[in-house]
Design a protein around this ligand. Structure first.
Ligand code: ZN
Length: 240
């Protein structure tokens, strides 16, 4: 089965559509949360993911959009964008986001936004945190987002290898535990402004990181016209 794994789309429909065009025909699309927040088109992104039958989990921004207290932890720009999002999303989006679990399993893979042991909030950014979460995994492999950084944390017989993959990098799923982060579709933070995602071939046991360029200026303009914070619009250009 060939699967496209998307995370942190963040209401960026232009980036999502560029990714879906590059993905082509797949057997499934899985998402790892933060569908909304930051970007200018939350309903459009939910509508597109619902239309293609994407399955996935909720992130901290999705829960905040539904009125959750997660917003209390947001920085001022994120909070301003979330207040805009809350006032904007329609009932259909609200219902779709409400139905998302925080953890979802697909065969050998566990899908979460943050981490297996703290699926909404924890950032996996260090070897000790990765080690604890590899131990907490109840399936051989884990998929997570939240950091907006393409990454793999591989257990090599007790040693944890952090791997920063470039576009086209592959990782062989050989049965040993690993946590894979596809990077972010809608707000990459690894210095490459193009949209990032992960292609997984479950039969071949192969994961491949991919990038797609999109019309960043169109999204910037839409954000500024919507009254979203300028710093959030500008960071799309730098991919930081
Ligand atoms: Zn995010």
């Amino acid at each position: 089965m060939r699967v496209a794994v998307l995370s942190d789309v963040h209401a960026n429909l232009v980036a999502l559509d560029a990714v879906l065009a590059a993905v082509g025909t797949v057997d499934a699309v899985w998402h790892l949360g933060d569908v909304v927040g930051y970007g200018p088109d939350p309903d459009g992104v939910v509508d597109r993911l619902a239309a293609i039958g994407a399955v996935g989990v909720s992130g901290n921004h999705d829960l905040a959009a539904l009125g959750g207290r997660e917003i209390d932890w947001f920085n001022p720009d994120a909070k301003a964008a979330m207040e805009w999002t809350r006032g904007r999303i329609n009932d259909v989006s609200r219902a779709w986001l409400s139905a998302l679990p925080t953890t979802h399993r697909e065969g050998d893979l566990t899908l979460v936004h943050g981490s297996p042991r703290d699926p909404v909030w924890e950032y996996i950014t260090s070897v000790p945190v990765a080690r604890a979460n590899l131990a907490a995994l109840e399936t051989p492999f884990g998929l997570h987002g939240h950091t907006h950084l393409p990454m793999a944390w591989a257990d090599r017989d007790g040693r944890i290898d952090p791997i920063s993959p470039g576009p086209g990098s592959t990782f062989k799923l050989d049965g040993r535990p690993v946590l894979l982060n596809p990077g972010s579709v809608g707000q990459p933070r690894d210095g490459d402004p193009s949209a990032s995602w992960l292609e997984v071939d479950t039969d071949a046991g192969l994961a491949t990181w991919r990038r797609a360029s999109y019309d960043i200026e169109a999204v910037r303009t839409a954000m500024l016209e919507a009254g979203l914070p300028g710093r959030l619009a500008d960071r799309l250009r730098a991919g930081l």
